[in-house]
Design a protein around this ligand. Structure first.
Ligand SMILES: [Zn+2]
Ligand SMILES: [Zn+2]
Length: 284
């Protein structure tokens, strides 16, 4: 069976329930949202009416999979205790909002070591993750995203994610999100024929495929190994069509939400989601 949880990151202007309904209209069976502004620390607690409207929208549309993405400000590895504490509190609040909405996983960029060195940063992040998970509702899984490796950002290699999980003692509420643009920018060649399959093989060997909870399907404006994080429409960037075609036919992605995070959401998300469905429906 090809992948069947396909969708996009939906803008939430007008409410999270509207985002679910608009996602359904453009053919999504999976959707990612922000539960608060990703550029701000302050977030209001969830209005119970908004949570009820969201749950109703999910039920009425039959949306199979919902995912949240945390604030870009969070840095669980921050050398500054103040920033790290603020980040932990923000992530605990985010997980609380997900629990209120009934969203089972939140994707996070985890953080950057900011000069401490990779292992020191990962150690500090792991300690923070353990505390965040202990202080937050247990019906939400924290999903660490693979990164492009820009600057001192952590988790551009599968080995780093494996260490993070190991140093969180294999916590059962910790998963991984593989972003095709980010892994390509970090040097994993997903553009060649068979490349995404080999990358998933390596992911399985290093991290374990059971940790793969979310896939971000983005093409890349920049070449292999560029360590630059700029998303492009599917099939129109340096990665190209083959990767996404093979991705939706890989048996390991059959039940994994595949989320498009490409530019021009209002006008282009429908096209990118339609491309994935078209490729998924081609017999191989
Ligand atoms: Zn992503
Ligand atoms: Zn990105």
């Amino acid at each position: 069976m090809p992948a069947h949880l396909i969708g996009c990151h939906m803008p939430t202007g007008g409410g999270l329930d509207k985002a679910i309904r608009r996602a359904k209209q453009i053919g999504c069976s999976a959707v990612q949202v922000f539960t608060s502004s990703p550029q701000q620390w302050r977030a209001k607690p969830v209005d119970p009416e908004a949570a009820a409207a969201f749950r109703q929208a999910v039920e009425e549309t039959g949306m199979s999979s919902t995912v949240s993405h945390d604030s870009y400000l969070v840095n669980l590895a921050a050398p500054s205790d103040e920033l790290r504490e603020k980040s932990k509190a923000a992530l605990v609040a985010e997980i609380g909002r997900c629990s209120a909405y009934g969203i089972p996983c939140v994707v996070s960029h985890i953080g950057a070591h900011m000069g401490q060195g990779e292992d020191a940063g990962l150690q500090r992040a792991a300690e923070a993750v353990i505390e965040v998970l202990a202080e937050s509702p247990d019906d939400v899984t924290l999903v660490a995203e693979t990164t492009a490796g820009q600057g001192t950002v952590l988790n551009s290699r599968f080995e780093s994610l494996a260490k993070l999980i190991d140093w969180c003692r294999g916590h059962d509420r910790l998963g991984v999100c593989l972003d095709t643009c980010h892994v390509f920018a970090a040097g994993y060649d997903v553009s060649s024929p068979g490349g995404i399959g080999r990358t998933l093989d390596e992911f399985d060997r290093v991290v374990g495929i059971e940790r793969l909870m979310v896939i971000h399907a983005n093409d890349s404006k920049h070449p292999l190994g560029s360590r630059k994080d700029r998303h492009e429409h599917l099939g129109q960037g340096e990665i190209g069509t083959t990767c996404f075609f093979e991705l939706v036919h890989d048996p390991r992605t059959e039940r994994t939400p595949i989320i498009v995070e490409t530019p021009d959401a209002e006008t282009e998300h429908a096209n990118n989601v339609a491309k994935l469905w078209t490729w998924a429906h081609v017999a191989v």
